[in-house]
Design a protein around this ligand. Structure first.
Ligand SMILES: [Zn+2]
Ligand SMILES: [Zn+2]
Length: 305
């Protein structure tokens, strides 16, 4: 019979209690399930409810299509070691090529999306994506991975962006967090993607630490507070929020680069979700535009702002 040791209750050394991990890799099922829940919750009291509900169906599809989905191809060990040596992200989105897993991901998403209720503009865009040839599809992938989506085709790109998120979250989930290194301000250490927002977490052992959230793969990486997440400046950092706001979603402004990225207080409200709350707080973007700051975050579901 195997002997099972009783659990030990060693005291945690004080110095280690608040040392946050450098990054937290996504769980691709939990990521999209929590995002769906949050979008639904936000829709209950938002002027943007129809759009938030449409997005909640899309994120639910991102969750549902993962059942038996083939695993995406990981880069080789040598390539990952080289990336680490040169401080490059191991899943470099700039070098992404589609594989069987991605094709299946996109197909499943497009067919599932056909089933749900959506505004006519989105439904028409969906049909255009389904009818597209491989070249046009590749052009959309390239535009999304370069954060340069043409304004006239925003609605089409939403579906391809959703497929890319699933693919990259599933790739990132299979990395070893301990091997990741910082790759520069404003860039995800797993895929090189831009951040969608940053969040001050309430996790045990990392309470009050700030993490940037990747818009593409969902990885969270640690970043000190009161420092511009885009240019790294610690001078001229300010915080703005909508009058009468709950204090849980603010814009962190930088007077060096004149940009802002939203910062969430998940330690005060654990339900906050970077991508969902970024969309739902569109009013803050409008205020920031009036104040003369440019949006520095990337959110494929909030393009055009
Ligand atoms: Zn990423
Ligand atoms: Zn800055």
């Amino acid at each position: 019979m195997r002997k099972v040791d009783a659990p030990r209750h060693d005291p945690i050394p004080i110095g280690e209690v608040s040392a946050p991990p450098f990054c937290k890799l996504p769980n691709p099922l939990i990521l999209f399930a929590e995002r769906t829940q949050r979008l639904r919750m936000l829709a209950q009291s938002s002027e943007l409810a129809p759009y938030l509900l449409f997005l909640s169906r899309l994120t639910e599809a991102q969750y549902r299509i993962q059942d038996d989905l083939p695993l995406p191809a990981m880069p080789g060990k040598d390539a990952m070691a080289r990336a680490r040596e040169y401080r490059m992200p191991p899943l470099d989105r700039g070098r992404f090529t589609t594989d069987a897993a991605f094709d299946e991901t996109l197909e499943r998403l497009l067919w599932l999306a056909r089933e749900f209720e959506m505004p006519p503009t989105a439904a028409n865009a969906l049909e255009r994506v389904i009818a597209q040839d491989a070249g046009a599809r590749q052009a959309m992938i390239d535009a999304l991975l370069a954060d340069s989506v043409p304004v006239e085709a925003l609605a089409e790109h939403v579906f391809v962006a959703a497929a890319l998120q699933v693919q990259f979250a599933r790739l990132a989930a299979r990395l070893d967090a301990k091997t990741l290194v910082p790759v520069g301000d404003g860039a995800c250490p797993a895929c090189g993607g831009p951040l969608v927002a940053s969040t001050v977490v309430g996790w045990k052992g990392a309470h009050g630490s700030r993490f940037c959230a990747c818009a593409l793969c969902g990885t969270l990486w640690n970043y000190v507070r009161i420092k511009c997440t885009l240019c790294g400046s610690t001078n001229g950092i300010g915080y703005q929020e909508i009058e009468g706001g709950a204090g849980t979603v603010k814009a962190e402004t930088c007077d060096e680069c004149h940009r802002y990225v939203k910062i969430l207080q998940q330690q005060k409200d654990a339900a906050l979700e970077p991508l969902a709350d970024d969309v739902a707080s569109l009013g803050l973007d409008l205020l920031m535009r009036e104040l003369g700051y440019r949006r520095g975050a990337f959110n494929p579901f909030l393009l055009g702002y």
